[in-house]
Design a protein around this ligand. Structure first.
Ligand SMILES: [Zn+2]
Length: 177
């Protein structure tokens, strides 16, 4: 059996660089299956517990504590070509920027509402920025590998031509082993 196809039962360590290709087959991009300029890139996926959102009702400090104790960030490496990786980075950067623009739009909405003395004037900018933000986050998601299953111990990724790939969670404490 070729190295290229990893079974879902084969658990991969995120701290070790491993070869997706072998002598017979070139490593291909997970997203577009092209073989040019393909490198293993480090990706991160955060699993946030829904409890953390409820904790916001109790206050931001409690929410942050709950967020820090219940959420897990999975780190893993997957082959991406330069083109797909640059798109992913651009999408990440723009979606981050869109959060900032959303806050600016809220402030501008309040200013517009007060200037024109009309409640309706609050809405155009926040609606526009929310739409833009949704589009950018969706775009970013399409460039990220599909997550099949995630829990505290592992993350299962739809590896396309590589099959399903399972990455074990390695916390800071586990690195000592
Ligand atoms: Zn690609």
């Amino acid at each position: 059996m070729s190295n290229l196809y990893l079974s879902s039962t084969e658990v991969r360590s995120p701290n070790i660089t491993y070869s997706f290709g072998n002598d017979d087959q070139f490593m291909v991009c997970l997203k577009c299956q092209r073989a040019e300029d393909v490198t293993e890139r480090v990706l991160q996926y955060s699993k946030v517990s829904p409890v953390a959102f409820l904790a916001f009702l109790l206050g931001p400090i409690i929410a942050l504590i709950v967020l820090a104790t219940t959420s897990k960030q999975h780190t893993f490496c997957l082959p991406y070509c330069k083109r797909c990786w640059n798109r992913y980075r651009l999408a990440s950067w723009l979606s981050g920027l869109s959060i900032l623009l959303f806050i600016v739009a809220l402030v501008c909405g309040i200013v517009a509402m007060l200037t024109f003395d009309s409640g309706y004037m609050f809405w155009p900018l926040p609606i526009l920025s929310t739409t833009g933000m949704a589009c950018l986050f969706y775009w970013k998601q399409t460039l990220f590998p599909r997550v099949i299953k995630v829990d505290k111990a592992k993350i299962v990724i739809d590896g396309g031509v590589y099959g399903d790939i399972t990455f074990a969670y390695h916390g800071i404490a586990a690195r000592k082993v």
